[in-house]
Write a protein that binds this ligand. Structure first.
Ligand code: T4K
Length: 360
């Protein structure tokens, strides 16, 4: 039986990509701010409705550079319900994640618990719009402002999400995106740092290029965080077809909604925000059922994933003092179902049948 993975990278028109590759070969300009990176930056900034967008090598380096650019120190309040990179990137930069539990319905950082977790060493809040579901941005902005904290959104899942008619990516001092191959918009590997602040944008640009301002002028500590021309070419091709990607994902999403047992618990979506149909998470009653259903699927070559288990407060190297029972509970019962444009109805029906049969 045909394998169905959690996702499958979108492959755009091959001939168009080849044309870009021919151009790159002719120019022999491969990286360090080439024309295709420039073009993709300006097209994405316009498409997403943001002032500054700096393309980088991946979402993890986007986080690390953002922490440096905002001069974070001490501890950073963040969500335990995320991909490991959200918090491992903090530790990599010598910062301590301070986990605050999530809301049981939205799966996002619970704003009511943030204030009590702030101490004299806290320098920032790093919420995650998990599965593209917008956080309670007004409340979080207020807390950050009142406590003089920087605010960085891990928006790795929130490509093209709008909140109250504006890009969600305009929230905070910085938002970051991931353009990994598994994401709905991708550049093979890649990511972006987004900000409305001119100075921050300038610093980030210098930082991802070793701190150079110009050829013989090094103005700050930097790293190599650049995207290359082959990746930008992929991004330009995928962006051209983004309308199709979104439409197909919505159809898949609607098909699940229509045919899955309607007693299944789902993430409560922010009513002020749009969706990008990046993930389809569902919750079962307990971990045992979740694992049984995941294994049943696996026996039929279907690879659903437990994004995001384990809850990050349980990862030993963080040595977290804070325990997050809600996040642990959600992480133990969640299963993300396959969603990608090539997934057809018969494939989806195989998934739906396994789940619905298991629940009777
Ligand atoms: N913040 C958040 C909230 C994130 O979710 C992520 C990344 C980051 C930050 C960091 O951004 P990056 O530094 O990665 O840009 C995947 C992705 O690697 C990761 O980017 C993503 N989040 C995470 C949620 O998912 P894995 O370990 O689940 O990927 P993997 O290799 O198991 O791939 C999943 C399935 O996709 C495979 O079973 C088969 C299929 N696949 C995958 C690749 C790479 C393909 O068919 N072709 C491919 O080329 O992490």
């Amino acid at each position: 039986m045909k394998n169905i993975c959690i996702t499958k990278p979108y492959m755009p028109d091959k001939d168009k990509y080849k044309k870009y590759i021919d151009e790159i070969f002719d120019r022999s300009y491969l990286t360090n701010g080439g024309p295709l990176v420039d073009e993709l930056e300006s097209r994405l900034a316009k498409f997403l409705g943001v002032k500054h967008l700096v393309l980088v090598a991946n979402g993890t380096i986007a986080l690390q550079v953002s922490f440096k650019a905002l001069a974070l120190s001490g501890n950073v309040i963040t969500s335990p319900f995320s991909f490991i990179a959200t918090s491992s990137s903090l530790v990599w930069q010598g910062l301590q994640p301070k986990f605050v539990d999530i809301d049981a319905d939205s799966f996002n950082l619970n704003p009511a618990l943030i204030e009590q977790a702030i101490d004299s060493d806290t320098s920032a809040i790093l919420p995650v719009h998990v599965f593209g579901n917008a956080c309670k941005v007004e409340v979080i902005a207020e807390i950050a402002k009142n406590n003089d904290l920087k605010l960085i959104y891990d928006a790795a899942h929130a490509f093209d999400v709008h909140y109250k008619g504006q890009s969600l990516l305009n929230q905070g001092d910085i938002s970051i995106l991931s353009f990994h191959a598994t994401k709905l918009f991708h550049t093979i590997e890649g990511g972006a740092i987004l900000t409305n602040d001119d100075q921050t944008a300038l610093h980030v640009r210098q930082m991802i290029n070793f701190g150079f301002e110009k050829e013989e002028s090094i103005v700050r500590l930097g790293i190599n965080g650049k995207m290359n021309e082959f990746e930008a070419a992929m991004g330009l091709c995928v962006l051209d077809e983004y309308g199709i990607i979104r439409k197909k994902r919505k159809q898949i999403y609607d098909f699940y909604l229509k045919h899955l047992d309607n007693h299944l618990q789902r993430q409560e979506l922010n009513m002020h925000s749009t969706q990008n149909y990046g993930y389809f998470p569902i919750l079962f009653d307990d971990e045992k059922t979740t694992l049984e259903i995941k294994n049943k699927m696996r026996n039929e070559n279907i690879y659903a994933r437990r994004y995001f288990a384990p809850s990050l407060d349980m990862v030993s190297y963080f040595e977290s003092q804070e325990k997050c029972p809600v996040s642990q509970d959600i992480a133990s019962r969640i299963l993300c179902l396959p969603v990608f444009p090539d997934l057809d109805h018969s494939g989806q029906q195989r998934i739906i049948d396994i789940i619905n049969r298991s629940l009777v």
